[in-house]
Design a protein around this ligand. Structure first.
Ligand code: LMR
Length: 396
């Protein structure tokens, strides 16, 4: 049975890590997968995370199973980060949260759950979107369709086209929105545009599903949630997939969550009873460590402040690298105007580099970026900036 299997293509993003590891060039640069690197080019454990781990190690008394949806404390912490402490979604117990293995696990569980209750719906994603979105929702059984989002010519949001696309989505379908730091473009709607998106969602009676993987890496932990909160405050039903891979640096702890906002607490109770069936049949119940870290940090004022300061440091460094990249490309004589890079949010920059240029960067310069031209700005450092800018200027 197995010998008939054909070789599959490597993953568009994680596959680059494998190729990068094999590359013998000492000056190689990995700007593929969305992992934060500090000024020295490493991805250290955050100090607030280390402190929380110390507490956990000292106080943990058991490794027994967590509940199917994870610990209740973690669920409460996730909802606080999403909706804000005073939110009436929280006080009205309208939301249920399950701890999932990473943001990807959240998307998959959310997709499978929704397929069960909306078998005929289509799933709409932005064009472009994170390479894995389409596969995840197709695997969950949906037909995945695209709504207009990005204008390659102006390197910005094509909001008129987006609104037109959203307005044509049939009632009952599901629309995936990026809460902040759009992956791969780094181009987000402003708050006024979020308001218009919300109005279309309500008018079209479509279900918003927000992928929220970069809270804090755009403009701030509170600031980055504004668009999602605007929608949450005016719809009866919403799904949010959270990831703490980036903002807590918990990549390999697979720490995410799926949150369903319902019209009432009694609907939420019924929903979670069914959600448990989906999770139980997938991975039974979540791993505990990453969730304990997030819970410990956010529940302790001092640790939380330390974490917020660390996230700010990451955010500021990324912004600095954006400016450095624009200045560096100019200095190297790259003819085109790259100032759009400083207007993008979060880890990524949709550089506008085409497939051939991406290929040449990899083959000739050992610089790895995603085939779509997406650069992980969080992987640029003062040390690799010069080599990077020279190489990009050369392939243009
Ligand atoms: C990315 O887009 O690089 C990250 O979300 C990591 C991943 O799993 O692809």
């Amino acid at each position: 049975m197995f010998e008939k299997i054909e070789m599959a293509a490597p993953d568009a993003i994680l596959g680059l890590n494998e190729a990068f590891k094999k590359d013998g060039n000492p000056n190689k640069i990995n700007l593929g997968v969305g992992v934060y690197k500090d000024a020295t080019g490493s991805t250290p454990v955050m100090a607030s995370v280390k402190a929380a781990e110390k507490t956990i190690l000292e106080t943990q008394t058991t490794k027994s199973y967590l509940p199917i949806t994870g610990s209740a404390e973690y669920g409460a912490v996730v909802q606080g980060l999403l909706f804000g402490a005073g939110s009436d979604i929280i006080s009205g117990k309208r939301a249920v949260t399950a701890h999932t293995p990473g943001g990807t696990g959240a998307l998959r569980v959310g997709g499978e759950f929704l397929k069960g209750i909306r078998p005929d719906a289509s799933f709409w994603v932005s064009d472009p979107t994170w390479a894995n979105h389409v596969g995840i929702f197709e695997k969950a059984g949906f037909e995945v369709k695209k709504y207009a989002y990005y204008d390659a010519a102006s390197k910005s949001l094509d909001f008129e086209a987006m609104k037109k696309s959203l307005s044509e989505i049939p009632e009952g379908d599901i629309v995936l929105l990026h809460g902040c730091c759009h992956n791969p473009t780094g181009v987000d709607p402003d708050l006024e545009q979020w308001g218009q998106i919300r109005d279309i969602i309500i008018e079209r009676k479509i279900l918003p599903f927000v992928d929220f993987a970069y809270q804090g890496l755009g403009n701030g932990i509170e600031e980055d949630s504004q668009g999602m909160r605007l929608i949450a405050s005016s719809v009866k039903e919403l799904v949010v997939a959270s990831s703490f891979s980036k903002n807590f640096g918990l990549y390999n702890e697979r720490t995410g969550a799926i949150t369903f906002v319902c019209d009432s607490s009694s609907t939420a109770d019924k929903l979670v009873s069914n959600l448990k069936l989906v999770i139980r049949r997938n991975y039974s119940n979540p791993p505990s460590h990453g969730g304990s870290i997030v819970t410990t940090i956010v529940s302790d004022a001092k640790l939380k402040a330390q974490w917020e300061a660390e996230v700010k440091e990451m955010r500021d460094r990324i912004k600095q690298m954006r400016q450095g990249l624009v200045a560096g490309l100019k200095a190297k004589g790259a003819g085109a105007d790259f100032s759009f890079i400083t207007k993008q949010n979060g880890m990524f920059s949709f550089s506008g580099l085409n497939k051939d240029q991406v290929q040449t960067l990899r083959e000739k310069h050992s610089i790895y970026i995603v085939g779509s031209g997406r650069i992980n700005v969080a992987g640029i450092t003062a040390d690799n900036m010069d080599v990077l800018c020279s190489a990009i200027a050369e392939v243009l």
